[in-house]
Design a protein around this ligand. Sequence first.
Ligand SMILES: Cc1cc2nc3c(=O)[nH]c(=O)nc-3n(C[C@H](O)[C@H](O)[C@H](O)COP(=O)(O)O)c2cc1C
Length: 196
Amino acid sequence: MDVMTAILTRRSEHYLTEPAPSAQEFAELLAVAAAAPDHGQLQPWRWVLVDGAERQSLGACFAEEASAERMADAAAKPLRAPLLASLIFQPRLPHKVPEWEQLAAASLVNHGMMLLLHARGYGSIWRTGKNTDSPRVRQLLGVRPEERLLGWLYIGSPAGDRAAAARAPRDVTTKVTALRTPLHRLDHAESAALSV
Ligand SMILES: Cc1cc2nc3c(=O)[nH]c(=O)nc-3n(C[C@H](O)[C@H](O)[C@H](O)COP(=O)(O)O)c2cc1C
């Protein structure tokens, strides 16, 4: 799949089933995604994979911090995909590369992973929420005090007719201005027609 197609056809997949990539395949893809722009080559991220029954341990943490009526829903959340890749931001501080740039590098790697997974036929969605700051969750995943949990890449295979990527790309327009020449807004069809 070429890069233009991958970017235009990737969608956040809410319904994910087996198979998910193995830890080995995940690591292989990550080695590619890590080629993203990374000021200072700091690699200010690490990943903790959660799969199988470990997802229930994570769900138990979610449930402990949910209201009584939402406990069951919270416990089931990590079961929505066969693999949850926890993205942990570990900024090098103090450093001449500011923290926001390091955070940008971690985000770029995440996007690269989503594109690579999509190109392999897998689906993913980046999920965050208040559980990322939960002390119980942080303890389970071994997130150190100086680190920040940026959420989870829920990964699996898009579930048949519920697969978002199978639907037409959304109509996205984006604003771009040249210093001297006013440009018009580009939509999907126009950007797809551009060659890279
Ligand atoms: C930093 C970040 C956090 C996100 N957190 C969530 C989330 O908690 N739950 C969710 O359903 N989607 C989450 N998303 C996914 C967005 O909802 C999704 O990218 C957006 O709806 C556009 O859909 P698309 O990825 O198919 O283009 C997150 C995306 C980003 C970039």
